[in-house]
Write a protein that binds this ligand. Structure first.
Ligand code: ADP
Ligand code: 5GP
Length: 213
């Protein structure tokens, strides 16, 4: 019997606010978490590994996967397609494991509105300031000046959706934010909805009560 119902944990933020860094920490903290490796049509960045960071796909392969209902959600971001393959998510959830998503607001909205919606936990990461967001994008050293300026222009679009998330964290001090993130995940795992086995436990308590009289 499944002990606990798996959670779909969604992290979103404007690019550069720190969601990849926080995702990596969360995965290192709890190795039972499954990371949803997204599919994308963008080119790999230096150091990115196919199948680990992303499934890198051609636009045609991506469109085919969408047509075959193979994506739990998908969106067009920064001129490229991104999507979360459905099968690995379903397998993990069925086995009672939590799945972590690093996706944008459009994907978060689609998952919230899907059949798995009630099992989502969505967290939005805000930067402490816009100059600091820019500084982080530059310090990451992975994008050209042109790409950084494109990402900065899209930031407000992403930030404007902060109000749809269950929790919002301002990622100023990384350690502090990570502590808050762990607290949120730990508490949500204890939600009644995630613990279907409680029904059996309460039935047992009822039987024990009846035996008393
Ligand atoms: P995102 O995944 O949201 O695009 P990253 O996790 O790649 O952002 O973070 C962007 C850059 O900012 C990285 O170089 C990362 O090390 C750095 N960073 C993340 N969080 C903090 C923080 N709280 N303080 C300072 N730098 C940070
Ligand atoms: P990057 O190219 O920097 O890795 O990601 C760009 C943006 O696309 C980020 O906001 C990231 O969260 C989002 N993204 C990555 N994968 C997915 C996905 O599978 N679905 C959606 N909707 N957005 C994604």
């Amino acid at each position: 019997m499944i002990k606990r119902r798996g959670l779909l944990i969604i992290l979103s933020s404007p690019s550069g606010a720190g969601k990849s860094t926080l995702s990596k920490r969360l995965l290192a903290w709890d190795d039972s978490l499954t990371f949803s490796v997204s599919a994308t049509t963008r080119a790999p960045r230096p150091g990115e590994i196919d199948g680990q960071d992303y499934h890198f796909m051609t636009p045609n392969a991506f469109k085919r996967a969408v047509a075959e209902d193979g994506m739990l959600e998908h969106a067009h971001v920064f001129g490229h397609f991104y999507g979360s393959p459905r099968q690995p998510v379903q397998e993990a959830i069925d086995a009672g494991r939590d799945v972590l998503f690093d996706i944008d607001w459009q994907g978060a909205q689609q998952i919230r509105n899907s059949a798995l919606g009630q099992h989502t936990l969505s967290i939005f990461i805000l930067p402490p300031s816009i100059p600091e967001l820019h500084r982080r994008l530059v310090s990451r050293g992975q994008d050209s000046i042109e790409t950084i300026s494109k990402r900065m222009q899209k930031s407000w679009d992403e930030i404007s959706h902060w109000g749809s998330y269950d929790y919002v964290l301002v990622n100023d001090d990384l350690d502090r934010t990570f502590e808050d993130l762990k607290t949120i995940v730990s508490a949500t795992r204890l939600r009644r909805l995630q613990q279907p086995m409680l029904v059996n436990h309460v039935r047992k308590l009822q039987t024990e009560f009846e035996e008393l009289s």
